[in-house]
Ligand binder design. Structure first.
Ligand SMILES: NC(=O)c1ccc[n+]([C@@H]2O[C@H](COP(=O)([O-])OP(=O)(O)OC[C@H]3O[C@@H](n4cnc5c(N)ncnc54)[C@H](O)[C@@H]3O)[C@@H](O)[C@H]2O)c1
Length: 248
């Protein structure tokens, strides 16, 4: 019996980076996983490589109608959904607050914040049918503190919003046995991080007590814990995974 046996999970942004690592770890731990992403080529190839307990659906998290279809197709193949990992996200423009355009601001909010809301709205009824579930919303340390070196008001705002929405859903749906937690990664070596900095995270390791960036699968361990029954009395909380960075 795997750690996630009996779990049916939707993971967004699963074609690469942390989403990819979570999807692999979840299937290995016995879950059935619906991977979604706008990147159809890599998402489909990953799902194919994971075998019969994985399926891919092309999906932009901003699209509420497709969210409904994701839940319906996932339920039809694997049964009611009891785990949702709202992972898809973008950094967007790095610029000082007065230099943002409204369109740049809106894009980040639509994917990181609205996408997370639409996901919870679509999946909670399936979780209630299932007798409960666990939602893991991927925020960031930028949902705990400001970004000093690389200013990004939209990213910080959207990731703080994810943290707040998490608490609201935990409060509202706790009586339905639906738990909801946020995860706040620091510097993790994914394509997003390499694109925004370089393979060393732009020297970010110097600011981290553990003196290194994390591999995506280290975050998967925390996400799996929150998705599993091991965390059965934990809800509404933020879980920071940053090598000690925000401790100092
Ligand atoms: N890498 C880090 O250091 C770091 C730190 C803190 C938080 N995060 C957060 O972790 C999550 C995953 O980040 P990552 O580093 O793996 O990023 P990544 O860019 O490597 O992967 C993100 C995935 O999301 C998909 N995606 C983007 N927009 C989408 C949309 N509208 N609909 C559906 N899918 C979409 C992309 O195609 C990609 O596959 C994000 O929410 C990010 O904000 C990352």
């Amino acid at each position: 019996m795997g750690r996630l046996s009996g779990k049916v999970a939707i993971i967004t942004g699963a074609a690469q980076g942390m989403g990819e690592a979570h999807a692999k770890a979840f299937v290995e731990a016995g879950a059935k996983v619906i991977l979604t992403d706008v990147n159809e080529k890599d998402g489909q190839a990953l799902a194919d490589s994971l075998g019969e307990n994985a399926m891919f659906i092309k999906h932009d998290v901003r699209d509420g109608a497709v969210w409904k279809a994701v839940v319906e197709q996932g339920e039809a193949k694997f049964g009611t959904i009891n785990v949702l990992v709202n992972n898809a996200g973008i950094i967007g423009t790095i610029a000082h607050t007065v230099d943002f355009t409204q369109a740049e601001y809106q894009l980040v909010c639509d994917i990181n914040q609205l996408g997370t809301y639409l996901g919870m709205q679509a999946v909670i009824p399936s979780m209630i049918k299932a007798g409960g579930g666990s939602i893991v919303n991927i925020s960031s340390i930028a949902g705990m503190i400001a970004c000093m070196g690389s200013p990004n008001l939209a990213y910080v705002g959207s990731k703080f919003a994810v943290r707040g929405m998490t608490k609201q859903v935990a409060a509202e749906y706790g009586p339905n046995n639906v738990r909801c937690n946020s995860v706040h990664p620091g510097y993790i070596l994914t394509p997003m991080m390499v694109a925004a900095t370089d393979e060393n995270g732009g020297g970010a390791g110097d600011m981290i007590p553990l003196k290194r960036l994390a591999a995506p699968k280290e975050v998967s361990q925390l996400v799996m814990f929150l998705a599993s029954e091991e965390s059965s009395f934990i809800t509404g909380m933020e879980h920071v995974i940053d090598g000690g960075m925000t401790a100092c």
